[in-house]
Design a protein around this ligand. Sequence first.
Ligand code: NAD
Length: 252
Amino acid sequence: MSRTVLVTGAAGGIGGAIARRFLAEGADVVLSDRSEAACTALREQLQRPEGVAVVAADVADADSARACVRSAGEHFGGLDVLVNAAGLYPSRPLMEMSDAEWRGVLATNLDGPFALSTEFARTLAAEGRPGAVVNVTSTAGERARRGAAHYCTSKAGLTMLTKALALEFAEYRIRANAVAPGFVEVDSEVNPLGADYVRAVQAGRPWPRPGTPDDVAAAAAYLCSADAEWITGTTVTVDGGAGAGNAALPLA
Ligand SMILES: NC(=O)c1ccc[n+]([C@@H]2O[C@H](COP(=O)([O-])OP(=O)(O)OC[C@H]3O[C@@H](n4cnc5c(N)ncnc54)[C@H](O)[C@@H]3O)[C@@H](O)[C@H]2O)c1
């Protein structure tokens, strides 16, 4: 059965990989990001552009986020899956952080998924249509990182929001889960990372290769598959074992 998937942050590394993955599985995909041009450029590269639509939106603006869900639903006869992958992870020490920086990250990473998920659920519930939400959280939602208080807090909040969505949406047969990536390299203009940070974060990972956006996309696809029909309110961590312990420590 053909499904329609709305992916926010689709012009980015992880969102783009998720869009590609669902498209390869035969779904129709609505690409959403702040830049319509970036989504249209991505659409041109995809293997089945006739199964791809573009709806630009700023997820930090609740009206824009809700309008995105409504407009996305018009393209292929209704939505089945929402993936919240849009996100910001700027670095700023707490004592230098302005209110606007704090609010901007919370608005994008937490308020956005709230507006999108609730509009998505209201629409599907009114249509009597089952569905699935996947929120891209982060292992940073479990372990604080210097310079990332706004980011870590937003992802911890999104993890809890995922559980609350699962609880309240279950009676409508709408599931809500999260994928929590560890560090995966993306070529991002929006979220650039320093070389020292990248080296340090890679150092203690047990699994002997770096993670990729496709690893995250595979988990998102599983959570939306028929095999995951009894899975809701949980988080799948995709981090090469980094959360299990620090493999760079010498033997004691
Ligand atoms: N790359 C990693 O190591 C990593 C690890 C854990 C979690 N994540 C999460 O994965 C998601 C994707 O990140 P990525 O690494 O692919 O980064 P990315 O910068 O490549 O992609 C993020 C995308 O979100 C879009 N975006 C930002 N603010 C937006 C807004 N207000 N409205 C609409 N779109 C907006 C950007 O334009 C960009 O295309 C984020 O939620 C991020 O927090 C990434």
